[in-house]
Design a protein around this ligand. Structure first.
Ligand SMILES: C[S@@+](CC[C@H](N)C(=O)[O-])C[C@H]1O[C@@H](n2cnc3c(N)ncnc32)[C@H](O)[C@@H]1O
Length: 263
């Protein structure tokens, strides 16, 4: 199979998706948000830094349940949606533009990067991000993230489980996204999407997009985390069930900072 190439996503990557992101994503993220809440409560976490907050799916979920949360994202349009959502709440949530590889805000009980967000980075940049996440955590702080499981995607026909056909209708605005994906041995997941949107009876807008994401096996992640000052506490399916290497479609990693990373 031809090998794909993968570069870390640019800040503008989600510019076109921000507007429809919540309509497609919010229902899907409930399962993982519940699992994260459980893990953070179990570890008595009080404050959380979400370094890939997007439109704020985890930020609002956790703030609604009493956590103190700060949201950071590299994409201005995603943050704009998050800030608009925040105006409808009574909490003071800080949303800041930043990069998970470099943004240093303080020492938190936990850092999260959810919904395959670290897949947007190359392997080398993910290691850079891990070092930065380490620097944003208190001693013993938690890093929780999820990513597509390479060993699952390489098995049989499992890659077809990522095929999607999502439709939403809001008032007179209709949108639909159809996507298929391929995977190669180096873990690069390439996805090809056609999106249609239509206001009333106007001419539909059609947008063709493709993107790559880096995926990992649980063993690779464990090695990377250990190199960057973390100890793996547990790996789960996104619903919190036991992780099974060739059966769980995503890996939810829970790691603890066990040493300072100075460089
Ligand atoms: C799939 S979205 C997930 C957003 C949110 N966590 C959720 O579950 O809906 C991935 C997010 O990661 C952000 N992102 C990608 N690269 C980033 C980087 N280097 N630093 C910070 N955010 C980044 C994107 O802008 C996007 O909002």
């Amino acid at each position: 199979m031809k090998q794909s190439s993968h570069a870390s996503a640019k800040a503008s990557h989600y510019n076109k998706d921000a507007k429809d992101y919540d309509a497609f994503n919010e229902a899907n993220s409930q399962v993982i948000n519940k699992t994260i809440e459980k893990i953070l409560k179990k570890h008595k976490v009080k404050n959380v830094l979400d370094l890939t907050c997007g439109t704020g799916s985890q930020v609002f979920w956790l703030a609604d349940r009493g956590f103190e949360v700060c949201g950071v994202d590299i994409n201005a349009n995603m943050l704009k949606v998050a800030k608009k959502r925040a105006q409808k709440t009574s909490y003071k949530i800080k949303f800041l533009k930043g990069d998970m590889r470099t943004t240093k805000l303080g020492l938190y009980d936990a850092v999260i990067t959810i919904f395959n967000a670290v897949g947007h980075l190359t392997k080398a940049d993910f290691e850079k991000a891990m070092k930065n996440i380490n620097r944003n955590l208190k001693a013993g702080g938690l890093y929780v993230f999820d990513i597509n499981n390479l060993n699952y995607l390489l098995k049989g026909n499992n890659i077809t489980s990522l095929t999607i056909d999502w439709q939403t209708i809001e008032g007179n605005y209709k949108s639909r996204a159809i996507q298929y994906s391929t995977i190669d041995q180096s873990g690069i997941l390439a996805s090809y999407t056609t999106s249609y949107s239509q206001k009333g009876n106007s001419k539909p807008k059609i947008l063709e997009q493709s993107q790559t994401l880096q995926t990992y096996s649980a063993k690779q992640l464990k090695e990377m985390l250990q190199r960057n000052g973390f100890k793996v506490l547990g790996q789960y399916g996104i619903d919190g069930t036991k992780f099974i290497d060739d059966k769980s479609d995503r890996i939810l990693m829970v790691a603890k900072k066990n040493r300072e990373i100075l460089t």
